[in-house]
Design a protein around this ligand. Structure first.
Ligand code: NAD
Length: 483
């Protein structure tokens, strides 16, 4: 019997009232791993009620005690580290090492939250007027929720939940229905912490559950990570319902390579950026902009390395690139490659119709390199979210910066160079929220906010770091005279 996932509400595992369950398949083997409920509004209502009831006692639990839960949570995550990584591989399709990296990053967010007693401080000024003192105190706000994507099923919810609850809020996670099992296991660990009932809640489902979260009057704020069209809906809907919202969207990340770059080291790094997690990272390099004489050696080295990449099932140690998330994702990606070709791009390496022996039903797309790409082509403009790297050839640095800034997205951009002058110019002029200099995946660590600009981010305060603490707290102003 395949497991039917339950929701976790008010400290208990409860059967969803859903009438529909969706299959969760391993994208490499097609094995049915679980069935996930398409939870209706009533389940979100129950979670919001439990979280609301838990809030008064939880927010008055000393912050040092709240932080203690994070130390225990980290210990449990470390104990189950390999299991957590394995389930990410099974439900998402990435490689075991990529999954380990994801789980490690998630644990770092828990470690960050353990330091909240020294980070959620307010401030005070004596004698702001004669005999009057003024204080800004940081307070939690109530029930927050996160709506999260399939591509980092373990890590992304951990960008939010630890900070939200350690600052004194209560929380609901609505994970992706494509990869819900990671949260099922994570909530088993949260259950072992014996947090007060209702502090953390889990509601599985898709659009209906998301809408219920966005519209619920008792949910004060929403952290969202996913595609740009949905991020925009979430931002607008939450704002209309008077909520705080941070909505991290999709991306189209450019990587510029100068002729003075160390080509071997640069390409090794670019390979990880373009083909790591089969290109299903919001920080994945998608267009490489070869400046002047960088073009020939860059293309040759990319083709050499990409052709040798071993594609396969993520649980096999020899695999260097896993599957994409589903057969429909593969179809969409192959369609975008075909659209690029019809617009004039040349296929230098074709990963379409990739088949892996022993996993013939798997959703594989091999590494694909398109050459002769120009800014007008759809493959240069739209998010592909698959292992497809486009090469654009430009004459100089300024043209490269213009090509990058023409994108409607602004998640990440990287420059490979040996020139400090160009590195500074790049950082200064490029409109993207995460900049890599000789780094292909400029991923903010837990104590820094995760950047994002233009259509890659809707909101003011980013996820993670001190922005996260700002987002989950408000500053109350106290003005006192004791005369
Ligand atoms: P998605 O937008 O399809 O889904 C994200 C979440 O929104 C899921 O929980 C889903 O159930 C829910 N959802 C889907 N449609 C909805 C709707 N109409 N209304 C309300 N909720 C809805 O994204 P995905 O395919 O799961 O994830 C991939 C996307 O996420 C890519 O675009 C990627 O760039 C982006 N992403 C961004 C970041 C970032 O930090 N900026 C990080 C990871 C992924």
């Amino acid at each position: 019997m395949v497991k039917q996932l339950k929701n976790y509400i008010g400290g208990e595992w409860v059967q969803s009232s859903a009438s529909t369950y969706l299959p969760v398949n391993n994208p490499a083997t097609c094995e049915l791993l679980a069935e996930v409920p398409d939870s209706p509004r009533a389940d979100v209502d129950a979670a919001a009620k439990a979280a609301k009831e838990a809030f008064p006692e939880w927010r008055s639990t000393p912050v040092l005690s709240r932080a203690q839960y994070m130390y225990r949570f980290k210990a449990l995550l470390e104990e189950r580290f390999e299991d957590l990584a394995e389930i990410v591989v099974k439900e998402n399709g990435k490689t075991r090492d990529e999954a380990r990296g994801e789980v490690r990053r998630g644990i770092e967010s828990v470690e960050f939250a353990a330091s909240i007693p020294s980070l959620m401080r307010g401030y005070k000024v004596e004698d702001i007027s004669s005999g009057i003192d003024e204080t800004a105190e940081r307070q939690p706000l109530g029930v927050f929720a996160a709506i999260t994507p399939f591509n980092f099923p373990n890590m992304v919810p951990l960008w939010f939940l630890p900070t939200a609850i350690t600052t004194g809020n209560t929380f609901i996670v609505k994970p992706s229905p494509q990869t819900p099992i990671s949260m099922d296991i994570l909530y088993e660990l949260l259950d072992e912490l014996d947090l007060p009932e209702g502090v953390v809640n889990l509601v599985h489902g898709g659009k209906e559950a998301s809408i219920a979260v966005m519209e619920h009057p008792d949910i004060v704020g929403v952290s969202f990570v996913g595609s740009t069209p949905v991020a925009r809906i979430v931002y607008e809907t939450c704002a209309r319902h008077g909520k705080r919202v941070q909505a991290q969207g999709g991306a189209k990340n450019y990587i510029a390579v100068m002729p003075d770059a160390d080509m071997q080291a640069s390409v090794a790094n670019i390979m990880g950026s373009a083909f790591g997690c089969a290109g299903q990272r919001c920080l994945a390099g998608s267009v490489v902009v070869a400046v002047g004489d960088a073009y020939e050696p860059l293309k040759a080295e990319l083709l050499k390395r990409a052709s040798n990449l071993r594609v396969g099932y993520g649980l096999e140690e020899t695999t260097q690139m896993g599957t994409v998330i589903s057969a429909s994702a593969r179809e969409r990606i192959e369609g975008m490659i075909a659209a690029g070709v019809s617009e004039g791009a040349q296929v230098a390496l074709d990963g379409r119709s990739k088949s892996v022996a022993g996993f013939e039903q798997g959703s594989f797309v091999g590494p694909t390199i398109l050459d002769g790409v120009t800014g007008e082509m759809s493959v240069a403009k739209d998010e592909i979210f698959g292992p497809v790297l486009s090469i654009m050839h430009v004459p100089d640095f300024d043209t490269a910066v213009d090509a990058i800034n023409a994108s409607r997205y602004g998640n990440a951009a990287s420059l490979f160079t040996n020139s400090g002058k160009h590195a500074r110019e790049f950082k200064y002029r490029v409109r993207a929220g995460n900049i890599g200099i000789n780094i292909g995946v400029a991923a903010a660590t837990a104590s820094f906010p995760f950047g994002g600009q233009k259509e890659s981010f809707f909101g003011d305060l980013h996820g993670q770091g001190l922005d996260g603490i700002e987002f989950y707290t408000d500053k109350k102003i106290l003005i006192e005279r004791w005369l």
